[in-house]
Design a protein around this ligand. Structure first.
Ligand SMILES: [Zn+2]
Length: 203
């Protein structure tokens, strides 16, 4: 008799008034257990079923905590969420995320495909860069890129509160999708930060 991963291989008689059986589990383990527990379907493995489910859940948790996952989420938001502050400069001008990264492929989720294709992010200073600025987020058009020191030096040191935290303009530029230089120009011209970070850029 087989229930779940367990196969009853031996009757062991009674223990404390319960009929006991020996079961072989698919994982190779052998356990002794109350017969009623197996027959009722209450127990379906030696414990490996729960363990495997836990590992699977942890894997999913770990992936959703992977910073790369949020990088992808942000890109999808900029391209497809019309409420996203960066939408005008991404989705609004035809930038998309490829189907493989958005919906997944071959039984793997979009996030898994994205992580496979892009590899490890070299550092938190690396952002997802599109080689062709008018092209999509896709394996062929994306790379991890860091801002050069020179770029950093020309950037304003001003800090603004944006999207829940104090951030420099370079960071805000990444989040809102408005070109960094455009942001600097706007702030210098006396725009309010909220307008500078939300008003769609001209093209
Ligand atoms: Zn087992």
């Amino acid at each position: 008799m087989k229930v779940g991963r367990l196969t009853i291989v031996d009757a062991l008689g009674s223990r404390d008034g319960h009929r006991m059986v020996a079961c072989a589990c698919e994982c190779g383990a052998r356990i002794e257990i109350r017969r009623s527990s197996v027959v009722s379907g209450h127990t379906m493995s030696c414990g490996c079923l729960k363990r495997d489910a836990l590992i699977e859940r942890q894997t999913i948790d770990n992936l959703s905590r992977d910073p790369r996952y949020f990088v992808l989420q942000n890109a999808v938001g900029r391209c497809f969420d019309t409420e996203n502050p960066g939408y005008a400069n991404y989705g609004g001008r035809g930038i998309t995320v490829c189907d493989r990264w958005r919906f997944g492929e071959d039984g793997r989720t979009g996030a898994e495909c994205f992580c496979d294709d892009m590899g490890e992010r070299p550092s938190s200073g690396h952002s997802l860069d599109r080689k062709d600025n008018d092209g999509p987020y896709s394996p062929a058009n994306c790379r991890w890129a860091t801002r050069t020191e020179q770029q950093r030096n020309t950037r304003s040191n001003a800090i603004f509160f944006y999207s829940g935290a104090d951030r420099c303009l370079a960071e805000i530029s990444d989040l809102c999708g408005i070109n960094y230089k455009t942001l600097v120009t706007r702030i210098r011209r006396g725009w309010s930060p909220s307008r500078a970070f939300s008003h769609p850029a001209n093209r």
